[in-house]
Design a protein around this ligand. Structure first.
Ligand SMILES: [Cu+2]
Length: 153
């Protein structure tokens, strides 16, 4: 009987350890860097490159908030929102975030119209597929479109 109880306790302890590792933000979690301000700019980078796609998982996000007029919010479309830094806050803050598949963005609340950066979280193959979709300037939008109003005056 005692042996059974010990075994059960051991299993529980092991489960708790796993949970603690998942939430605790160990150094194994890949690092993301967020920057907001001092101007009207916000960005999310990984190893120095602007993030367009990520694999689902746990990340350590370090945000440098360089202005008392901006904040840094991480949000999943139609899902969770995480306010990493408040508007008056200036400084650096590190949080552990769990990114699930879907469309995500980082933005500044008071200036969300101009201060926003979108990225996609998916599996490795999904991320590659969306990278093609999301990539800028495939359509040659610089050229005049058929409907353009030329010589109309
Ligand atoms: Cu702002």
């Amino acid at each position: 009987m005692i042996r059974v109880l010990t075994a059960a306790f051991g299993a529980t302890a092991a489960a708790l350890l796993v949970v603690a590792t998942g939430l605790g933000g160990t150094s194994a979690a890949p690092a993301l860097r967020g920057t907001v301000g001092p101007g009207f700019t916000i960005k999310l980078t990984k190893a120095g490159k602007v993030v367009k796609t990520l694999r689902a998982g746990t990340y350590r996000l370090t945000v440098s908030d360089r202005s008392s007029q901006h904040n840094f919010v991480l949000e999943r479309e139609r899902g969770t929102e995480r306010v990493v830094t408040s508007v008056p806050f200036v400084g650096t803050k590190t949080v552990t975030v769990r990114l699930t598949r879907g469309a995500w963005k980082v933005y500044c609340d008071p200036h969300a119209a101009v201060m926003v950066a979108h990225f996609t979280v998916g599996s490795a193959s999904l991320a590659a597929a969306s990278a093609t979709t999301v990539a800028d300037d495939h359509g040659g939008h610089g050229e005049p479109e058929p409907g353009d109003d030329r010589g109309g005056r």
